[in-house]
Design a protein around this ligand. Structure first.
Ligand SMILES: C[S@@+](CC[C@H](N)C(=O)[O-])C[C@H]1O[C@@H](n2cnc3c(N)ncnc32)[C@H](O)[C@@H]1O
Length: 268
């Protein structure tokens, strides 16, 4: 069911304070550390599939304040983000960001992007909306395009503790990597690769980071990333259904559609 309730609007003005947790802070001395680790893993997963970013168009779904876009956007031919919470979208992001009018519809035409990420978004999406959002990601991807989902690992006790006491995560329902993989498979995504990461706190990672790779297939890390490829062509029933979704969103031919955009000075 589509219920547009940008719950993150209430958190946006005090977001850093709300995330402040001594246990979390022990894992990250620099607020950008977690974003950097995510981007390095995403880039490595893409490289392992021979996917060059320089020619790709990237969408970050649930981009929030746009830290990942700011870190990695310039490595793509073009990059933008979207989020249902207008207050989370930062006017200072160096890339275009778009407000989603709905939590299960993305304001873009079919096949607009080669690569889509959703980082720490799906634990805020519930019930059947998860499958609907994945279908939307597939719809806005080019056939054969790639998506990467990053999520908290519910098997990690430190993650569980931090999530349990974080006000921003009051509604969180963590999902295992297997559950995430099944959701992607159900939407006909293939070539699925999964890695766990964030085992060591930042201080130790500097010395023992290389060891994390040895444990990346085991459910130890605080988070996991899943890379998956959209089907290279749509079945007849999907293309009919998805054409009707796109036309019900907006009949304009322009790309993207139906948007409220932050237009920063450095937008690509
Ligand atoms: C924990 S924050 C993560 C923000 C950013 N991706 C990051 O890693 O810093 C979760 C974000 O997901 C957004 N969100 C929640 N439900 C969503 C949905 N159905 N579609 C897209 N974004 C959603 C929230 O508004 C919020 O900005």
């Amino acid at each position: 069911m589509d219920k547009h309730s940008p719950e993150f609007d209430q958190f946006a003005s005090a977001y850093d304070e709300l995330l402040d947790d001594p246990l979390r802070n022990r894992f990250s001395l620099d607020p950008l550390h977690f974003h950097r680790r995510k981007w390095h893993l995403i880039r490595r997963l893409l490289e392992s599939r021979g996917i060059a970013t320089g020619t790709r168009i990237w969408l970050d779904v649930g981009c929030g304040r746009g830290e990942l876009l700011n870190l990695a956007g310039k490595e793509f031919a073009s990059a933008c983000g979207c989020d249902p919470s207008a207050r989370m979208l930062s006017p200072h992001t160096a890339f275009k960001t778009y407000e989603q009018a709905s939590t299960i519809e993305l304001p873009f035409k079919d096949g607009s992007f080669d690569f889509v990420t959703a980082v720490c978004v799906f634990h805020h999406v519930h019930g059947e909306d998860r499958a609907l959002l994945i279908k939307e990601i597939k719809r806005v991807l080019t056939p054969g395009g790639w998506c990467c989902i990053v999520e908290h690992n519910p098997w990690n006790p430190v993650t569980q503790t931090i999530v349990r006491r974080c006000p921003v995560d009051a509604d969180a329902e963590l999902l295992t990597a297997s559950r995430m993989r099944d959701l992607l498979k159900a939407s006909a995504f293939t070539s699925i690769a999964k890695e766990y990461f964030l085992i060591f706190p930042e201080k130790l990672f500097r010395w023992f980071g290389a060891l994390e790779g040895a444990f990346s297939k085991l459910a130890f890390g605080g988070q996991y990333a899943i890379l998956a490829q959209a089907p290279s062509h749509l079945s007849r029933s999907e293309s009919t259904r998805e054409t009707s979704i796109a036309s019900s969103q907006n009949s304009a031919a322009a790309l993207p559609v139906n948007l409220t955009a932050n237009e920063p000075a450095h937008a690509k």
